[in-house]
Design a protein around this ligand. Sequence first.
Ligand code: PLP
Length: 374
Amino acid sequence: MSNLVDRIPVARPWLGGNEESYVLDCVRSSWISSQGKYIGMFETAFAALAGARYAASCCNGTVALHLALLALGIGPGDEVIMPSLTYIATANAARYCGARPVFVDSEPDTWNMDPRLIKEAITERTRAVIPVHLYGQPCDMRTIDRVATAHGLKVLEDAAEAHGALCNGKPVGSLGDIAAFSFFGNKIITCGEGGMVTTDDESLWRKVVQLKSQGVDPERRYWFPIVGYNYRMTNIEAAIGLAQVEKAEFHMAERRRIASLYDRELTGIGELQLPTTRAWADNVFWMYSVVLRDECSVGRDAVIDRMAADGVETRPFFYPIHTLPPYAQENASTYLPVAEKLGARGMNLPTFSGMTEEQVVRVCTSLKSAIRGS
Ligand SMILES: *Cc1c(COP(=O)(O)O)cnc(C)c1O
């Protein structure tokens, strides 16, 4: 029977606002490349959402991290502290700069980088720390900022998964020196592919703008004083992004609604660890996630397979990056027990604007059967 029921995807973009009319406007006016009015409009609107003075668009979130690290002056020989339990892009961006990612373990309940472990990872080569607001959960930025300030480290927020999340009432994207966002198709706000760097620092913003445009001199056309990149966003992508930001409140409310439905359905199940949100945090639940406790005798991958057979798509948590081939050798003696356990036992459940209560219930019914092997 199950294959007769609609498959529930883990994510799906909601494009019910002005996306269509703005894109049509790009096509009809022929402004389809990386110039055009939507780019500036999107940057201004997004800066407001992130609570930052400046925003610079770019072609994806990985590039946003790369630009941010370059603007901070990170280069060969530098070390950058980050969680191991994150998407590979966080580490790759440091590698692109010739820097070495230094991985720290996660908190067992919030699944974010444990801020108490940063200090012992600092060496004389450490230049920056990248807190990642994992799965929509904001990091403890107060503690991270305190450690960073004490040791002269720059703070780059990887906010790719947390548009609109708040830390002590302040939006992520405005809590460090600089921040990076992604607008990939499965993110809370999407352009298809796209990224944004936000900062309150005008000189960092100017560096990012120059670097993403081949390093061109802002005062002199076709004069290139430095080697830059073509990392620009198109007007079409910005048109979609602007329409998405116009509906930001709706998207945040949808995430909260879906998370509370999951809480209602899953609270009290002994086999499952549900998301923990600190009193000062506003989690935006990019993906509502669960971790299978030791009490659960069925393995995580078996649960994923069983749910797929029910037509429910889920995702495993990230493999901790220190265990992935490009980084495993230099981390051969690294043991991060919490990240490794979460990576093996965690899974992301479908979460998207427009998801119905009936769909959440179906996901939970499937999950409950799967963890009991029934
Ligand atoms: C999605 C994501 C990125 C990269 O974004 P892309 O737009 O896919 O390049 C970076 N960091 C994290 C934590 C992400 O989830």
